[in-house]
Write a protein that binds this ligand. Sequence first.
Ligand SMILES: [Zn+2]
Ligand SMILES: [Zn+2]
Length: 332
Amino acid sequence: MLAWEVRQPGPIATDPLRAVVRRRPEPDVGELLLRVRACAVCRTDLHVAEGDLPVHRPGVTPGHEIVGEVVALGDGVEGFGEGERVGVAWLRHTCGHCVYCLRGAENLCTESRYTGWDADGGYAQYTVAPAAYVYRLPERYSDAEVAPLLCAGIIGFRALRRADLPPGGRLGVYGFGASAHLATQVALAQGARVHVLTRAAAARALALDLGAASAGGADEPPPEPLDAAILFAPVGDLVPVALAALDRGGTLAIAGIHLTDIPPLNYERHLFQERQVRSVTANTRADGRDFLAFAAAHPLRVTTTPYPLEAAGTALADLAADRVNGAAVLVP
Ligand SMILES: [Zn+2]
Ligand SMILES: [Zn+2]
């Protein structure tokens, strides 16, 4: 089969990915073998390829927003049938018995493993995934539309939860890529007023089209104080900007797995009056199921840019250069 692997992590200009021909994987105990029907390209793939995240598996195949068709079942797998369409996301293993797992925070498990980082992912024609971490997918979406829901959607949903937006509240969204455009629609469906703050003119136009109350530059103040904000851009310089835009008691959730350094904060301007800043670390399977149920009940508009599997390197370079509107999706 055709697969992409991280040859040598480094800047995207050095072509860190290469295409290889590999033997099709076999499903282990508890795993499903899937034919990849679509795999969305996430900013985390870029962090894996560029070496912002440490190497967990040399030569790993990236990709953790996989729509696959069940081709074979490993020993012990029940409840799935050949030909069924399922989704594979970032989280693929937790221990089930640590303090975090036991209190319902499996996203914090210290033995967690991730698709496309610890194990080969979806930039390939076939992949294997543990059945216990695979999702059923809402039927209303095509393969390309549903793929970005599996990370961009789920993480945006968790970030929105972490932002503690009060009912009918005012939400600021900093950066407007795949995850932000989905979280914005969830917030709007829940009755929020959303202000989008991002540099790209096309992204601002999309935000207004989706129903945002305003769309301005990332370093401009929003037209009204915010009850909550989510930082999707991996830019630490925006942390004080977003904190300064919060109303008293507001919360800033930082959605990314990687952020450039945060400049010094001023207690009075950025934190006093009980403003809070929170990180978002992966997601639990419950977040994933809750979000996909939400997406089944509320039609989300998913903006995608398709690429053939052979063009995975180009898709990643386009993401790095902010040339992708919505989510890039590889379609083998
Ligand atoms: Zn655990
Ligand atoms: Zn992701």
